[in-house]
Ligand binder design. Structure first.
Ligand code: FCB
Length: 444
């Protein structure tokens, strides 16, 4: 078989998020986040787990960066915890919180690892939630002020910025199903959260441009799962298209690139959108430098008049990961090709892709063959996407470390590095070793 060689300057990395790995959520003057509150409310997280200790990365970041260096990662995507910087979300600044990220960035640069910073990966300052959080229109200003402050303080060293991580999940799992913080069940609220995240994102992008950061790039990271129609019937095709417009990149990219919500979706959910939302669309339409794609699995969609937006997932018997998510690399290709064809972004990054499996430690080793297989198959599709014109520039495996998997607590392991939560010992899994070797060769 012909070798699949990736472009020479392709950026291979790994990703994490603040609340999932850092621990010490209230250290050094940090404010409470909605995830701290949510995980400390019984019944919300499996086994009553919290992010209080997590991977203790707040204290062990140097060790973790030396692991990254040892693996040969070219870049690292991490997120900043907003309440560490602004304990109340706005106003008073906490320099000690900023110091942590200053040190993190400096040690990364010393190790020649490029930092990719996510400004918001779901840990909103709780003080802002008390003012309505993402449902309050003022959040566009609160967020843009926070973002601008970070551009000023880290922009001399951090060149790659991601405004929001998976705003769909924030809106609908946080405000409609209530499985994530802040745990609300309000469909009108959820659509206002979509809209205000878009407003906040574009406002931050505008101030980023004003800061004029040398070589700076800014984008947004979106959740995706490929939605195939169960049959060729018009009903199933429409249901799959609606699911695509609602849960994938179009919900956010259509406004950002075209200044309007996607067509079918808009018809369907018109009554849920905020009053006079149209007057914001011109402001929301704002050029970005790249699109971040997160992809884990696919779904087969059948029309179903009883379900929200008229579609439900049906079984197709594909193998699944420990999350119960279908392994469907073909869908990854469709999402990558789709985003390029539909919106033609200047650059695309895979900002998350990976899998949870039931890893076991055997004599200080973790033989996670299934994860290696998963990654290989998805790398192959990424390669095909590049060959077919997708401007894919980099790829971040989720995740560097096993970590706090939100409502699932510590029960799901996504890392290429195993974490023993009792001792905080790290063990590079076979997938980590495989990835390291793969990066050296840059080919499959
Ligand atoms: C994504 C999240 C990330 C992680 C993975 C498994 O939705 O962005 O934090 O939990 O799923």
């Amino acid at each position: 078989m012909l070798k699949k060689v990736f472009p020479k300057d392709f950026i291979w990395g790994a990703a994490t998020a603040s609340y999932q790995i850092e621990g010490s959520p209230l250290a050094d003057g940090a404010g409470t986040s909605i995830w701290h509150r949510f995980s400390h409310t019984s019944g919300n997280i499996l086994n009553g787990d919290t992010g209080d200790i997590a991977d203790d990365h707040y204290n062990r970041y140097k060790e973790d960066i030396s692991i990254m260096k040892h693996l040969g990662l070219k870049a690292y995507r991490f997120s900043i915890s907003w309440p560490r910087i602004f304990p109340y979300g706005k106003g008073k600044i906490n320099e000690k919180g900023l110091d942590f990220y200053n040190r993190l960035v400096d040690v990364l640069l010393d190790a020649e690892i490029i930092p990719f910073v996510t400004l918001y990966h779901w840990d909103l300052p709780a003080a802002l939630q008390d003012l309505g959080g993402w449902m309050n229109r003022d959040i566009a200003c609160w967020y843009a002020d926070y973002a601008d402050y970070m551009f000023q303080r880290l922009g001399d060293r951090v060149k790659n910025w991601i405004t929001l991580n998976e705003p769909w999940v924030m809106a609908f799992i946080g405000h409609f199903t209530g499985e994530h913080a802040p745990g609300m069940k309000d469909i009108y609220g959820a659509f206002s959260v979509v809209h205000n995240q878009l407003r906040a994102h574009s406002k931050a992008v505008k101030s980023f441009k004003e800061e004029n950061i040398k070589n700076g790039k800014i984008g947004i990271t979106l959740s995706n799962s490929s939605h195939d129609p169960a049959t060729d019937s018009e009903e199933d095709k429409r249901a799959a298209q609606l699911a695509h417009e609602w849960t994938n990149y179009p919900l956010f990219l259509n406004p950002i690139f075209k200044g309007d919500y996607p067509t079918l979706l808009k018809e369907k959910v018109y009554e849920y959108l905020p009053n006079n939302y149209q007057k914001d669309m011109q402001d929301i339409k704002e050029e970005i430098d790249f699109v971040g794609i997160n992809y884990y699995s696919g779904d087969l969609i059948k029309a179903d008049s009883n379900s929200f937006l008229g579609g439900k997932n049906v079984e197709r018997g594909l193998p699944k990961t420990e999350m119960g998510w279908e392994i469907y690399p073909e869908g990854f290709y469709k999402i990558l090709k789709g985003v390029q064809d539909e919106y033609n972004p200047k650059e695309v990054y895979v900002t998350e892709n990976g899998a949870a499996f039931n890893d076991k430690v055997e004599e200080e080793q973790v033989h996670d063959e299934s994860r290696i297989e998963y990654l290989k198959k998805h790398f192959e599709k990424a390669h095909k996407a590049i060959e077919d014109g997708v401007k894919l520039k980099g790829y971040f495996v989720w995740s560097l470390l096993d970590n706090f998997e939100w409502a699932w607590g510590y029960s799901k392991r996504f890392g290429i590095v195993y974490v023993d939560y009792k001792t905080q010992k790290r063990i590079i899994k076979d997938s980590g070793k495989w990835y390291s070797n793969f990066i050296k060769n840059n080919e499959l």
